[in-house]
Design a protein around this ligand. Structure first.
Ligand SMILES: *Cc1c(COP(=O)(O)O)cnc(C)c1O
Length: 393
């Protein structure tokens, strides 16, 4: 059902419930999980439906025809995922030279790759330059000088701080030049005759407030004027990532966010290239994460369950407050469980007070939908537990 949005609601600075859940979202069909399990179970796995990645990429492009997606490789760097995105004519954004190598092996031209990590080691910069990467982000005078010292004609874009209100992972603080820092960076770029050519921001991951993009774009437009005044040639707007997917909380559909973004960019002249860096949005809904209960216990009256995958095995975002939908084959009454991973590190405790059937026991499967982003990408072998498998259909 489509709920009409009043322009008053769009002007609000806090998310209005009227913005939420107005378009249906697609998830991997559970029958594929059952089919995979009919071959047996060895260890936790992620099952990806590449068709959903295709659909999400097409939907993203259709809602924002002027905004070209550069997928954030860190969300899920699986080659088959990247290949699917290439076939859908998406481009890419990287943080390291390993991510760059992965893309070069797949035939992506380096000149189309955006190096969007605001602090890069000199060695990584030299490597990226030698491979032909042209676009580099910065958010400080020091990084500006470092990039120019390695590549005098680098095309650079300035990462600015924007509000992260309504994001599940506010990123504010670690990166982004503040208002007070921007002038010095622009002045130094002009003095060095450097090609500071654009502005970027990141509204925070899983951002449920479309107004954050509007504020970021408006700030970028102001900074373009400052750049022009300083003699620079601004021609790139990079609106970053943060586009949300459905877990448990309702989200504004991409069409609603696009509506806000399209209005905000309408004033920009045609020579301004506009890109975005969606990560989670393009891949999350495509996959189920499947793991298993290896044991249960009662401790001081509280029920605990231990999975064979925890924060080191693929579900680290649960420890950061992400509430996935958690499905099991049990239908008993729900009770409050504490969920933990299999390692002996006490930080490997995933969730307190998860309401799940009382009769869950050793050997039960746990099914987590919409888990294609930031799961296997984070997994490591800590304590001798294996990396999850990744299957792609
Ligand atoms: C992680 C990241 C993204 C992707 O963020 P999502 O929230 O997954 O969309 C985009 N750009 C940069 C610079 C990032 O670090």
């Amino acid at each position: 059902m489509i709920i009409p949005i009043s322009s008053a609601a769009l002007r609000e600075n806090t998310p209005s419930e009227a913005l939420f859940d107005t378009h249906s979202e697609v998830s991997l069909d559970f029958k594929h999980v059952q089919k995979q399990l009919s071959n047996g179970y060895k260890k936790p796995f992620l099952l990806i439906d590449s068709n959903i990645i295709r659909l999400k990429t097409r939907r993203f492009k259709a809602t924002m025809p002027r905004v070209h997606p550069h997928y954030a490789v860190k969300a899920n760097p699986d080659r088959r995922v990247l290949q699917t995105l290439i076939e859908e004519e998406a481009s890419f954004e990287i943080a390291s030279i390993n991510e760059l190598d992965l893309l070069l092996e797949l035939g992506i031209p380096a000149s189309e790759v955006f190096y969007s990590n605001p602090i890069k080691s000199r060695a990584y910069l030299e490597y990226a330059v030698s491979k032909g990467v042209e676009w580099y982000v910065l958010d400080s005078v020091e990084e500006l000088r470092k990039i120019v010292s390695v590549k005098v004609d680098a095309k650079m874009y300035l990462r600015i701080d924007t509000p992260n209100i309504g994001s599940d992972w506010p990123l504010a603080g670690k990166f982004g030049a503040h208002l007070a820092d921007i002038n010095e960076i622009i002045t130094e770029a002009a003095a060095l005759n450097a090609d500071l050519a654009g502005v970027t921001f990141h509204v925070g991951s899983q951002c449920r407030n479309p107004q954050n993009w509007r504020v970021g774009i408006e700030r970028a437009i102001d900074i373009f004027s400052e750049m022009l005044t300083a003699g620079l040639n601004p021609r790139l707007l990079n609106i970053g990532g943060g586009f949300p997917v459905r877990y448990i909380k309702p989200i504004p559909a991409i069409e609603i966010i696009a509506n806000v973004i399209n209005k905000a960019i309408a004033k920009l002249p045609d020579h301004i290239r506009i890109i975005a860096e969606p990560g989670r949005y393009l891949v999350s809904d495509s996959a189920y994460f499947v793991c298993r209960v290896v044991g249960t216990a009662t401790r001081n009256g509280k029920r605990w369950m231990y999975w064979d995958a925890g924060m080191f095995g693929g579900v680290i975002e649960m420890t950061e407050g992400l509430h996935y939908e958690i499905l099991t084959d049990r239908t008993g009454n729900n009770i409050s469980w504490t969920i933990a991973g299999p390692t002996c590190d006490s930080v490997d405790t995933l969730m307190q007070d998860a309401l799940l059937p009382h009769n869950i026991q050793e050997g039960d499967f746990i099914y987590i939908p919409n888990a294609g982003a930031y799961t296997t990408a984070y997994a490591c072998n800590f304590n001798g537990f294996p990396l999850p498998d990744v299957f792609v259909i």
